[in-house]
Write a protein that binds this ligand. Structure first.
Ligand code: HAM
Length: 430
């Protein structure tokens, strides 16, 4: 029968790799909760409108990349391409504003039908935070400091924090008109996509990766130099706070971001280990989105980090040495007659919370010891038919290679001694 393969751009995360994911996810939980962020778990599918209204009709994600379908009842649904829109939807729908400034974090799969390449997949994973309910520039700074702390906890070095100010809606409207006036006479020099962008959302031209458009951009005015005093003051405070905290950043006047909901501060984290797809993480402030999706207007800021990209960036650090947390004890049964007794031992050890695994299959002792070694077992309990009839087992220390014969009734306490596990205090029920 023909083998069924995985879809293009959609990866399996195998056990050997999952250990890195666990490390990053554990760090996210530790760091974000340390700063008072609470976890939110959201659906993978939403009404398509949620994304068209928030990310913007003209954004590539909405135009070209979203997985959309109509269900049997005729509802138009999309697989989430990002999580900010879903978090805001949940914030409004569940009236989380009652609780004041709400600080949330999430992790999970996102879907974009992009052309797959290294660091760019169709199913990928983000870890992100969204803080909703404050317009303070201190919040922007808090989020960048926390992100910096998180990246360091993951042992990442040599990353760059890139910032820009995209102003408010009015600033962008004014600047878009200005851009149209400048670029309309030169429209033939733009790529096909940018010609459309020029009519629908000229700011997005700054995102274009095509050489002719990039060249043209060099001489264009920048949004950050054309914003109102309020937005300018906000950004000045953010950068001053970061400078005071010795957080190193670069300002890139061309950074505009591909999603429409941003206002004022936008940022990206880039790393040289990633080639074309060099953003590990991106985010910013989105002060209009809550009202645009039907909530009470309030300020918000957040970011999302691409886990696959962080892992690529970490590959050249000590990260590769992480190992899976395998059980300390490995039970090797030898022959069908010993399986049941091996199983009883396995159960007895687990009742004492000793992490243990067992292999029931008819492999040789040598093969089982090799597997135990691969899984970093400290002790292997060997149970052959001779041991069975003598009421004993053999315990092999995988470091010293020494072996002890242990009476079956003393086995649990022997293992606990060897692993330095203190006895469990059980209530006598009296
Ligand atoms: P984004 O820039 O679209 O922003 O994505 C954030 C990060 O997700 C990127 O920097 C990248 O690391 C990762 N990423 C995006 N697309 C892919 C892909 N196809 N394959 C692998 N990784 C990918 C957002 O999603 C916003 N929701 C961020 C945000 C949160 N802004 C405010 N709050």
């Amino acid at each position: 029968m023909k083998e069924i393969k995985r879809l293009k751009g959609i990866n399996d995360i195998l056990p050997g790799e999952a250990v890195a994911w666990q490390f990053i996810e554990d760090n996210a939980r530790t760091i974000f909760e340390h700063y008072g962020y609470e976890q939110i778990r959201l659906p993978l599918i939403e009404y398509l409108d949620l994304f068209t209204r928030s990310i913007g009709e003209t954004a590539d994600i909405v135009q070209k990349e979203m997985y959309r379908f109509t269900d049997r009842a005729g509802r138009v649904i999309a697989l989430r391409p990002e999580a900010t829109a879903g978090v805001v939807r949940a914030y409004i729908e569940n009236d989380l504003k009652r609780e004041g400034l709400k600080k949330l974090y999430y992790s999970g799969a996102m879907f974009r039908g992009e052309n797959p390449q290294a660091g760019r997949y169709r199913q990928f994973h983000q870890i992100g935070v969204e803080a909703i309910g404050s317009s303070s520039p201190y919040l922007d700074c808090e989020i960048i400091v926390m992100l910096d702390n998180f990246l360091q906890k993951n042992t990442l070095t040599n990353y760059e924090i890139i910032l820009n100010n995209v102003g408010c809606l009015q600033d962008r409207e004014k600047f878009s008109k200005h851009l149209k006036q400048i670029l309309n006479p030169q429209i033939d020099l733009l790529c096909i996509d940018c010609r459309v962008r020029l009519t629908k959302n000229p700011l997005r031209i700054f995102d274009c990766k095509n050489a002719p458009c990039k060249k043209l951009l060099q001489n264009l005015p920048k949004i950050s130099e054309n914003i109102c005093p309020d937005c300018a003051a906000h950004f000045t405070t953010v950068t001053k706070l970061l400078t005071d905290l010795n957080i190193r950043y670069i300002i890139d006047h061309n950074l505009v971001r591909g999603l429409d909901y941003y206002t004022k501060t936008v940022f990206e984290i880039t790393h040289k280990e990633l080639s074309a797809q060099n953003a590990i993480c991106a985010g910013g402030r989105y002060d209009n989105l809550i009202a645009e999706l039907g909530g009470t207007a309030t300020g918000a800021c957040g970011f999302a980090l691409g886990v696959e990209r962080l892992i690529i960036a970490l590959k050249n650090t000590g990260f590769g040495k992480l190992t899976y947390n395998y059980p300390k004890v490995y039970i090797a049964t030898l022959g069908d007659q010993t399986v049941n007794e091996g199983f009883n031992i396995w159960h007895a050890l687990h009742q004492e919370t000793i992490s243990t695994t067992i292999n029931y299959e008819g492999k040789s002792l040598k093969a089982k010891l090799r597997l135990a070694n691969k899984q970093n077992a400290l002790l292997v309990i060997i149970l052959g038919e001779n041991e069975m009839s003598a009421g004993t087992v053999m315990v092999k220390d995988m470091h010293t290679k020494s072996q002890d014969v242990v009476a079956r009734e003393n086995l649990v306490s022997y293992i606990k001694d060897r692993l330095n596990i203190p006895p469990i205090c059980r209530s006598t029920g009296g």
